[in-house]
Design a protein around this ligand. Structure first.
Ligand code: SF4
Ligand code: SF4
Length: 363
């Protein structure tokens, strides 16, 4: 692709073509070289195949720093808006890689309505399933049988993981991924654990909600959500091990491993998710993918509601409120699992894959 696209008036034919047009201008300009890992990756190439655009789009985390630094934004004829172009190419890639594909679009466009309908519908089913409660059982198992919970959540956990794996395999093929070594994984996880790229080029944060002012607030909220989610996951995992390996079924006390992991995890997830939702209302919609705004908002609210309903359920232990809160919490968790391959949740998997591919390209 010739670099003299810089002289053309923008005429996007697709998300990939528009991102390619802007990336070629950036590769000629190179003013934003230190901003994030996208620009060094751009400067390593002269031409950009579709797979290169997909890789660059998934490396970008929409910090918007390059937009506020750019001298070629509208009304300049180049009309550069790289955060938006990459956000739209990224969303397009997630839809193309989703499996089954027809499930991807609806959540992105009508996320809040679908999430609410699923939570309410699934909670109603769980509420009805209480009629099958066992004669004995303690804690939650006095309200709903362990067998019912396991037979619903095992496939609801494994099938979305399979769908995500299928999507990642398609991503890896499109971006020309090579066999992965330990060094590539180490480099990618080191970046992901610190959310290094959200700290911006000068470690002062990003410009998501503050225009041309840098702030780390988005990074902190994102860290709260990520670590909250991982702690909740570890809490469930430890409870499963205690149940099956140590013959120690729930309920667990305040100083047990599931609670010591789950309570801080729930708090971080609730507050981090709420913080992300507030930031989304403050950021300019047109610097992301406007069509996805509703789906992204639904996702962070779903995360926050899942954490909050889990904490409320724990606080209500031993009271009649458990029969209402348990179905609600299970409905939220099941909604989260079922939507994971088609919601913003997939960005974590594709971002990690993009970091691994970036480590390969740098080595
Ligand atoms: S975003 Fe603008 S200033 Fe930055 S590299 Fe691209 S064209 Fe240059
Ligand atoms: S929006 Fe941020 S992460 Fe994306 S290309 Fe621009 S500076 Fe890099």
């Amino acid at each position: 692709m010739p670099l003299d696209h810089t002289t053309q008036t923008p005429a996007a034919t697709s998300q990939t073509d528009e991102a390619r047009r802007q990336i070629e201008i950036c590769n000629a300009c190179r003013y934003c070289e230190g901003y994030c890992s996208v620009f060094p990756a751009i400067t390593r190439q002269r031409a950009f195949a579709d797979g290169d655009i997909t890789q660059l789009a998934n490396l970008c985390h929409n910090c918007r720093g390059c937009y506020y630094a750019c001298q070629y934004t509208e009304p300049h004829e180049f009309a550069i808006n790289l955060p938006k172009a990459l956000a739209e190419a990224r969303a397009d890639s997630w839809e193309r890689f989703a499996w089954p594909g027809f499930l991807a679009g609806p959540f992105h466009r009508s996320g809040v309505a679908i999430a609410v309908a699923l939570i309410v519908g699934l909670a109603a089913l769980f509420w009805a399933a209480q009629a099958l409660k066992p004669a004995g059982g303690e804690g939650f198992y006095a309200v709903m049988s362990h067998t019912i919970m396991v037979s619903i959540f095992t496939p609801a956990f494994l099938l979305p993981l399979l769908a995500i794996f299928v999507g990642l395999r398609a991503y890896w093929r499109e971006v020309g991924g090579q066999p992965v070594s330990l060094a590539h994984l180490k480099a990618a996880f080191a970046d992901a654990v610190k959310l290094k790229n959200l700290s911006g080029g000068a470690a002062e944060g990003c410009n998501f909600e503050k225009g041309d002012r840098f702030t780390n607030v988005r990074r902190w909220h994102h860290q709260a959500v990520m670590y909250g989610f991982l702690l909740c996951f570890a809490s469930t995992g430890s409870a499963t091990l205690m149940h099956y390996l140590l013959d120690m079924p729930a309920p667990y006390g305040l100083f047990s491993l599931p609670k010591l992991l789950g309570i801080p995890g729930g708090l971080l997830l609730t507050l981090g998710g709420l913080g992300m939702a507030v930031l989304k209302t403050r950021g300019e919609k047109d610097l992301g993918a406007p069509a996805l705004w509703g789906g992204e908002m639904a996702f962070v609210l779903l995360l926050s509601f899942t954490g909050a309903s889990g904490l409320a359920l724990y606080a209500a232990t031993g009271t009649a409120a458990v029969s209402v809160l348990l179905p609600l919490h299970l409905g939220a968790v099941l909604t989260f699992f079922l939507l994971a391959p088609y919601s913003k949740m997939v960005h974590g998997f594709y971002r990690l894959a993009a970091l691994v591919r970036d480590a390969q390209q740098k080595s």
